[in-house]
Design a protein around this ligand. Structure first.
Ligand code: DGL
Length: 409
């Protein structure tokens, strides 16, 4: 390879008799990585490379402070961090988090082909560091943008994505433009990165008429389609696979194919009802995963510091009978205790076993097939914005599609 080739330059590589042209990213002792025009990174073993020739030198792209004029309906991309926020710095070859809107778009120049893109980096954190205050901050920024009728894409870490998408679903009622989350399991410097397709698909969905918060991620381990999940129905079900996200107790609401065409299933369209932003989340709500051996003392401490408690119980929605009298004490003090299942699939049913009936009698509210994290963000929203009786009354009602109206099992 010529010494003059640097990260970001356009090159042509002869590999096992085939020519590939793209952007040179890096070379180590084993492989040379180039980014193809479709955004994918290609790793080629050095031992099979015949030659690399320079096509043109890298020219630093200049972005205006916020906007790139592209083709297609305007979409605002709000960055919050996570793997998808990392980009390859062509000057050093390093992978680093994008700290400015310019850097964020620099990593995804193809986006300008499908939309007129605005960007803002609101946060640059790993999603496990998210706080409720961050959800409110994100909701306010999103609300500002969708008031202008721009679709919004929020890039996020995968770990607690379903908490944030759920919080936003409750905080913004009747959105006037699409609110679409996306993320990536593999960083953009890796040949197997899912970042580019996920982001492009999310931008496409943000140009549609969807009026509910949704999440766009790979639907299989290959690059043939993306699933569009409801923001209150998904869970990260695998720690590393690109198709880690699954809709639980419901089907994805749509699919984006390789050519970025959307096939919708059942989804909420933008409606004419007034849009509303709620800007509070109670900090006094907790989520507790019951396990054999959980001490009464720990359970008590947890219940004492919170006004609302979501339990992820076993099976149909159980915790040990030993806590039933404690539970009754707390609900009589006005605390709200809701029951979900750690099974995730299926609904709770507190009428079947004595344990469940005892919990019902102690004032526990069964939360049907709502996911534990959704119930947690929902109760935080309800206790943050309504009086306690309204919160109790709304907790088991379907507000944003988080509870199935009809269940077959
Ligand atoms: N811990 C992860 C997060 O949720 C980083 C990797 C990712 O984006 O999934 O932010």
């Amino acid at each position: 390879m010529s010494d003059t080739i640097e990260s970001g330059d356009k090159v042509e590589v002869q590999w096992k008799g085939t020519k590939f042209s793209g952007m040179f990213i890096s070379k180590d002792e084993k492989v040379t990585v180039i980014k193809l025009q479709n955004g994918y990174n290609l790793s080629l073993e050095n031992s099979s490379i015949g030659s690399i020739s320079l096509l043109s030198k890298f020219v630093q792209r200049k972005f205006s402070e916020e906007k790139v004029t592209g083709e297609g309906k305007r979409v605002f991309v709000l960055g919050t961090g996570g793997t998808i926020a990392s980009y390859v710095d062509y000057e050093t070859g390093a992978v680093k988090p994008a700290e400015t809107p310019q850097e964020m778009l620099h990593a995804q120049p193809d986006l300008a082909k499908i939309a007129s893109i605005g960007t803002e980096i609101i946060l640059n954190i790993l999603s496990e560091d998210m706080q409720k205050a961050d959800w409110i901050n994100i909701a306010k920024k999103v609300y500002e943008r969708i008031s202008e009728r721009d679709g919004v894409v929020i890039t996020h870490g995968t770990d607690v994505l379903s908490f944030t998408s759920s919080a936003l679903s409750f905080l913004i009622e009747n959105p006037k433009a699409p609110i679409v989350f996306t993320a990536s399991q593999r960083s953009p410097d890796r040949p197997s990165s899912d970042a580019f397709f996920n982001l492009k698909g999310a931008v496409r969905v943000a140009q549609s008429d969807v009026g509910q918060v949704c999440v766009v991620m790979h639907s299989s381990t290959s690059d043939d389609a993306l699933d569009i999940h409801s923001g209150v129905r998904l869970r990260k079900m695998h720690s590393s696979r690109r198709d880690a996200f699954k809709s639980i107790n419901s089907e994805p609401i749509g699919r984006v194919d390789r050519d970025l065409r959307i096939q919708w299933r059942k989804y909420e369209k933008i409606n004419e009802k007034p849009m509303k932003l709620y800007d509070k989340l109670s900090e006094k709500v907790g989520l507790l995963y019951f396990y054999p051996g959980l001490s009464e003392e720990l359970f008590e401490k947890f219940a004492q510091v919170n006004d609302g408690l979501i339990l992820a119980g076993t099976g149909l929605g159980h915790i040990t009978n030993r806590f039933a009298s404690r539970v009754k004490e707390y609900t009589s003090q006005g605390k709200i205790i809701g029951m979900t299942t750690q099974c995730l699939y299926g609904a709770v049913d507190l009428e079947v076993y004595t344990t469940g009936r005892n919990l019902l009698e102690a004032g526990v509210i069964p939360l049907h097939d709502m996911l534990p994290e959704v119930a947690y963000t929902k109760l935080s929203f309800l206790l943050g914005n309504f009086d306690v009786d309204t919160a109790r009354n709304l907790l088991d009602k379907n507000l944003r599609g988080e509870i199935s109206e009809r269940r077959t099992e």
